[in-house]
Design a protein around this ligand. Sequence first.
Ligand code: AMP
Ligand code: ZN
Length: 435
Amino acid sequence: MIWNKEMECADRETMRALQLEKLQKTVKYEYENVAPYRKKMDDAGVKPEDIKTLEDIRKLPFTTKEDLAANYPKGLFAAKDEDIVRVHASSGTTGKPKIAGYTRGDLEIWGECVARALTCAGQDKNSVIQIAYGYGLFTGGLGAHIGAETIGATTIPMSSGNTKKQIMFMKDMKSTAFCCTPSYALTVAEGLAKEGVDPSELSLQAGIFGAEPWTEGMRENIEKGLGLKAYDIYGLTEIIGPGVSISCDEHNGMHIQEDYFYPEIIDPETLEPLPDGEIGELVFTTLGKEGFPMIRYRTRDLCYLMRDKCACGRTTVRMGKILGRTDDMLIIRGVNVFPSQIEEVISRFEELTINYMIYVGRENNKDTFDLEVELAPGLEIDDIGFVENLRSRVDHALRDMLGIGCKVKFLNADTLPRSEGKAVRVKDTRKLHDK
Ligand code: AMP
Ligand code: ZN
């Protein structure tokens, strides 16, 4: 099922013509209404009239997280205060949150995008959608909510946490879709197992999971544990929230709602655009947003774009799974390490759960790198022969993936803290010493 065939399956020329028209409007609107961005354009010597083709977008200055901090709280809003009907916020780089403002029109766009995502995950007005993203300033809860209401599903605004109650509602309300972070989905899957509930007793068909990076291995774990098909939903507060893109049944990238969000991939060092297929930093320009429009916003998320034909019938450009963020990349002993690489290794071992914690520190002027990971239920850390054999295989696989070694500590199942929202899996104490 496709929510908006006209847009999701448009031919390339139609989409590009629409994008150009919307881009020209956006740039003019931003220039006229957002003084700090107007200054940037003036400094770069570019005027709205200079945008004659889609490629001319490259003439425009980027917007960064630092720009948001410098113009906190509302300096980059373009609409009048009286037209803002909602704000959301996300934690910022400097301790001040990033505040996003929405007009009524923006909420409609958001509803449309999440409606497309939920439909892509097989949901419709007969569905029962249980939302276990946090409600509040975080965009997850209310973002999924507006989409579920737009498609006319029965919407259950659970918010996150209280796993027993989540399971009770799932059973009693016959929820067909479950929306939350992948790490919380895993927590709920464990809750089901603990209560002895077989997923086949539930009515779940689809999981719409996002807001944090997760690997294919994690997807398999969740699909098995909850008895559903898991879809990846991507978004960020600065652009709108969840619904910027969604994976389809092909599980080969996420379709970007590109009539609203124009994507580019750039080299984060040189800031030059990269061709399709090359990994770099994802940059978005909003097309049609009024409250808090963004031009060439540097997300810091790393992925690549794909434009080959997708078997689902949608023609929109796809982004690969988020491989990490430029700012969650750890540089350990000079080597770049992404938590997702570690997750991928762990997910290959049946003897391990997919819960882990990474600790990075500094001792005697050298980086320390430790990993805590749980043995699967039923296995014991006291079984020394088994654990030593496993250690050597895990060490080997990690070294192969990362190029450096790390000290692995095995824990019994169910000992690491479980996540209800975005999981915290890295403790890097080196930063504390730097400041
Ligand atoms: P926030 O605005 O606080 O919800 O955070 C947005 C950030 O969460 C994005 O920039 C990504 O780094 C991350 N994120 C959101 N959705 C996904 C996803 N599906 N996969 C990986 N990371 C995601
Ligand atoms: Zn597809």
